[in-house]
Design a protein. Structure first.
Lengths: 153, 133
């Protein structure tokens, strides 16, 4: 069920509001999701608002550079990021929603990101989707920039 | 049995080596405000059993509340490979997720620290430890 929730990093500099569906929680076993322990809630940019903290965020990129792994430079939390698999969308970290009990979070979906190409092909087939337009490899960076552009200073 | 493990952040700047006995030292999980967001799986390691192999200068430190815990993370990739916990600030808690070859099927948390009720849980855990000793 879609619901509007707020959340943020730990120090309070980064805050967001998003419409998320906790029944669509997913987990990934790739190298960075494993270390981050992130629990993913895919969200449309139209349903996501960065309320504050645009100057506190930095983005880490690696390999293809598509994913934008944003984190708060002050406390190191990763409240949301732009995923490589859906670079036109946002993945909200369910662990960073206000009032969440991590023990109650049960991912229903699994993305086998260790074998990324295979996992992506499987996901697209299951959801009946075409591959996202990579926009010359800049789709993720452009999605992030659009979020930052419309966020308050 | 004590074994040697290495691990690190994601970008590779921060690397560490530890000696740990995963049979004797079960991996713990905590439900406090920051552990929930960090998703850290705690492996307590004595300070003499952890060596920072590289990246000490790449670590940022976040503190809050009492300021006792030193929450280190790599300033380049944001990964929290280890830190100094409030419950034992002279030593380290290594994030099992950051060990090379971390295997979630084997390295499951078997201890819960009720960090939302930090003072009460710390007193209880200390009394249990002393009774055992």
């Amino acid at each position: 069920m879609l619901e509007t929730r707020e959340g943020g990093c730990h120090c309070g500099r980064v805050r967001f509001r998003a419409r998320v569906d906790l029944d669509r929680l997913s987990e990934c076993n790739c190298s960075i999701c494993t270390k981050k322990g992130i629990l993913h809630l895919p969200t449309d940019p139209a349903d996501f608002e960065l309320l504050r903290g645009k100057r506190a965020l930095t983005a880490y990129t690696f390999q293809t550079g598509m994913a934008q792994h944003t984190f708060c430079t002050h406390c190191g939390m990763h409240p949301f990021y732009i995923p490589r698999s859906q670079p036109h969308r946002i993945s909200v970290n369910a662990r960073c929603l206000d009032g969440i009990d991590a023990a109650s979070l049960k991912p229903q979906r699994f993305f086998g990101g260790r074998n990324w190409e295979e996992a992506q092909a499987k996901r697209l087939a299951e959801e009946g989707l075409a591959p996202p337009d990579p926009m010359g490899g800049r789709a993720g960076a452009l999605t992030l920039q659009a979020i930052l552009d419309r966020a308050p200073e | 049995m004590l074994r040697t493990y290495e691990g690190g952040c994601h970008c590779g700047r921060v690397r560490f080596r530890i000696e740990a006995d995963l049979d004797e030292t079960p991996i713990g999980e905590c439900n406090c405000s920051i552990c929930t967001k960090k998703a850290i799986l705690h492996l307590p390691v004595a300070r003499e059993r952890l060596a920072i192999l590289s990246g000490a200068d790449d670590l940022a430190t976040y503190t809050f509340n009492t300021g006792t815990a030193k929450h280190n993370f790599c300033r380049h990739c944001g990964i929290h490979a280890f830190y100094r916990p409030r419950s034992d600030p002279e030593n380290y808690s290594v994030n099992a997720r950051c060990l090379d070859g971390y295997d979630p099927r084997v390295m499951q948390p078997t201890r819960l620290f009720d960090g939302r009720e930090w003072e009460a849980h710390f007193a209880k855990a200390g009394a249990e430890w002393e009774a055992k000793a």
